[in-house]
Design a protein around this ligand. Structure first.
Ligand SMILES: C[S@@+](CC[C@H](N)C(=O)[O-])C[C@H]1O[C@@H](n2cnc3c(N)ncnc32)[C@H](O)[C@@H]1O
Length: 276
């Protein structure tokens, strides 16, 4: 997408959007000049940005495959983003063709792309809803029609909580969602961390996101990311690893040392089970 005139109704191509910026970072074409300029400003202060994004896609794909292999047949992917290929339903339905995947995002361009990508794909749907509105999201007609809350569900929160400020209490929101899902359900969550970044550089990065449609980004220290998993049983991220959060790219990696690139170390991830 190269010019403002091409923006569909409801899409503001004059303000960068995190979904479109992420698409550009991953080499997609569903973005505008304003998004590309914003990404380049971020990249100047976070050179491992692209590596981090691919490490995160690896986490998403490996974790949902693992969840499907471990019997999960319903997925709610919140902050799903613009499709770049090998999305949640591709990875899941290769293992379990009967699985159902509900995609959720609050970006209008994601809705347009998702609807065309998912047309005719059995077991998939997209709704426009906001993570910060659990009642609206969980009570949505499509959610109720598609998800059986008496059965285990995988709730995917893959690089979305860092778009929610402390004031909006992302920990309380995760608790609220977890309270609605059956024992034996899982959450898979990744988030960008502030741990390995120089604070002046990070300030420059967050300043770019402050002017985006999300109105902010909130990289957090490890302990604050670990808090998302309070009361849940974290799964060891790979054989022989302790059951704790890990750097994003390491989760489920065949060779964790090799996967632990500079980009991978920009954030943390875990998959955790809701106990009985
Ligand atoms: C970095 S992308 C991640 C996409 C995908 N989950 C992945 O990790 O590959 C973040 C996505 O979260 C969405 N998002 C941000 N805040 C949100 C909110 N409050 N509710 C729903 N979606 C949100 C953005 O529109 C964007 O598509």
């Amino acid at each position: 997408m190269s010019d403002i005139e091409q923006a569909p109704p409801g899409v503001d191509s004059t303000v960068p959007s995190p979904a479109r910026m992420y698409d550009y970072i991953l080499g997609g074409t569903a973005n505008y000049e304003v998004d590309r300029q914003a990404v380049e400003k971020v990249r100047a202060h976070m050179p491992d940005l692209e590596d981090a994004a691919w490490a995160n896609r690896g986490f998403l794909q490996r974790s949902v495959k693992w969840l499907a292999e471990n019997g999960i047949r319903q997925f709610i992917d919140i902050g799903a983003g613009l499709p770049t290929g090998n999305n949640t339903h591709d990875a899941v339905q290769r293992v379990a063709p009967d699985a159902r995947i509900l995609y959720v995002d609050n970006d209008p361009l994601v809705e347009i792309h998702a609807k065309s990508l998912l047309e005719g794909v059995p077991g998939t749907a997209f709704i426009t809803a906001d993570f910060r509105d659990p009642e609206g999201l969980l009570g949505h007609e499509q959610t109720r029609a598609m998800i059986d809350f008496t059965q285990p569900v995988a709730l995917l929160l893959v690089t979305v909580t860092h778009f929610v400020s402390d004031e909006d209490d992302p920990w309380g929101l995760v608790r609220r969602y977890v309270s609605e899902i059956a024992p034996g359900s899982y959450i898979a969550l990744s988030a960008i961390s502030s741990d390995r970044q120089v604070s002046e550089e990070l300030d420059q990065v967050t300043a770019v996101y402050a002017k985006s449609s999300s109105q902010g980004a909130y990289p957090r220290p490890r302990a604050e990311i670990e808090r998302f998993f309070t009361g849940l049983e974290i799964v060891p991220p790979y054989e022989g690893a302790p059951a704790e959060v890990c750097h994003i790219g390491v989760w489920g990696a065949e060779d964790p040392d090799e996967a632990n690139s500079d980009g991978s170390r920009l954030g943390y991830a875990a998959v955790a089970r809701k106990p009985a």
